[in-house]
Write a protein that binds this ligand. Structure first.
Ligand code: SF4
Ligand code: SF4
Length: 376
């Protein structure tokens, strides 16, 4: 097959597939230099142990090992997600980060699959491809910045001048051969789009952005919201009413002010802007999958979300939640018991303290006992 013109392919995708908000076709660009930045993050301890991520895995991912034998080009695409829907205002509603209100990753993956099919049909050739969006070790943001559609902000999030940072990305690695002008060299992010601004660095509640372009994932509320881990009390004091995610460093970015809310309100994996916190505690296990399975929330440990709810109720000092919290003092998982002790203690009622005191007598976990004793 002759070499294809990237412009022509983009035109085919634009006219045949609705719902992709930006598209570019790029070569399988070398990521070797970028891998060094990841090695630095590993050395600094910014990547949580639970990721089980090391130099070897970085080298594997950054050399496209799983796709190397056949991938010749990458179609990168973006889906804008800024709508006129608003974050919940009710105090007892747990907040879900904007990018999670619906499953845009799945939406974009469908669209990219359709795009590949359209190319295959029009050129009457089989196209080998792998569509990825978010759940991949391939450094998607680097590919996207290479495409020129967006640039890296100091918060490590991509910025596009029309869509701000309110877009998610996906890509199709393909065996299509293009007539590219350039050899494909990646230049490191220079954050020039940010100028003197450092709003994301100073607004991050946990200081998880220590320097431009560096994220200490261990400290990031997004990561913490996805995992059943015990965060220090000083982070809990800043937790707010999070049910899932954070995105403060995106919400404060000036590029995200005054955007037009033209994103499609599709229904794939729609969970809304928030949920009543006590109601989430009451979702039966059997209904949990039905509630979240089509949304990215559903891939995480249910108890990580329950921990978020417990922390929010404690942060909000929501007295009416106490009866729903007490049973979690007896939960089989000590991290859940520790958060519950903190929440009940923070809500600070006489009955709550009595419950903590009685639990203390039979509690065997040192971690939980330490949480309880600070309130007795
Ligand atoms: S998502 Fe939240 S905690 Fe994480 S870096 Fe951004 S502002 Fe900080
Ligand atoms: S908030 Fe400022 S520094 Fe951070 S990404 Fe946006 S423009 Fe850059």
């Amino acid at each position: 097959m002759r070499k294809l013109n990237p412009e022509k392919i983009k035109e085919i995708i634009r006219s045949n597939i609705k719902g992709i908000d930006a598209i570019e076709v790029i070569p399988v660009v070398s990521l070797k230099a970028a891998a060094r930045k990841v090695f630095q993050s590993i050395n600094k301890g910014y990547i949580p142990e639970s990721y089980n991520w090391d130099r070897k895995k970085t080298e594997h991912a950054y050399s496209y090992k799983n796709y190397k034998s056949w991938a010749k080009s990458i179609i990168v695409a973006a889906k804008y997600y800024y709508t006129d829907e608003e974050y919940p205002k009710e105090k007892q509603t747990g907040r879900i980060a904007r990018f999670t209100w619906r499953n845009n990753y799945r939406y974009l993956s469908f669209k990219l699959e359709e795009a590949v099919k359209a190319i295959s049909k029009i050129y009457r050739v089989p196209v080998k491809s792998e569509v990825l969006s978010n759940y991949t070790s391939i450094p998607e943001k680097l590919l996207f910045s290479y495409s020129g559609i967006a640039e890296f902000g100091k918060n490590c999030v991509l910025i596009n001048r029309q869509m701000g940072s309110f877009f998610i990305i996906g890509e199709a690695l393909t065996d299509l051969v293009f007539d590219f002008d350039e050899a494909g060299v990646l230049t490191p992010p220079d954050f020039s789009i940010c100028g003197e601004c450092d709003r994301c660095l100073t607004s991050c509640p946990t200081g998880a952005i220590p320097r431009s372009g560096e994220i200490d994932i261990n400290r990031c509320f997004q990561y913490i919201s996805e995992n059943l881990i015990l965060m220090p009390p000083e982070y809990r004091e800043k937790w707010g009413s999070r049910l899932y995610g954070c995105s403060i460093c995106i919400e404060v970015c000036p590029y995200n002010n005054n955007l037009e809310p033209w994103a499609e309100k599709h229904s794939i994996g729609y969970v809304g802007q928030g949920m009543d916190l006590i109601s989430v505690l009451k979702i039966p296990v059997k209904d949990w999958t039905r509630t979240f399975s089509h949304n990215q929330i559903g891939i995480h440990d249910r108890m990580a979300l329950i921990k978020n709810v417990i922390t929010s109720l404690g942060y909000l000092k929501f007295k009416k939640s106490l009866d729903s919290l007490y049973p979690y003092l007896y939960h089989e998982n000590e991290v859940i018991r520790a958060y519950t002790a903190w929440a009940i203690g923070n809500i600070n009622t006489k009955t709550g303290k009595k419950r903590l005191s009685s639990r203390y007598k039979e509690e065997t976990s040192k971690t939980v006992r330490e949480e309880i004793i600070t309130f007795l």
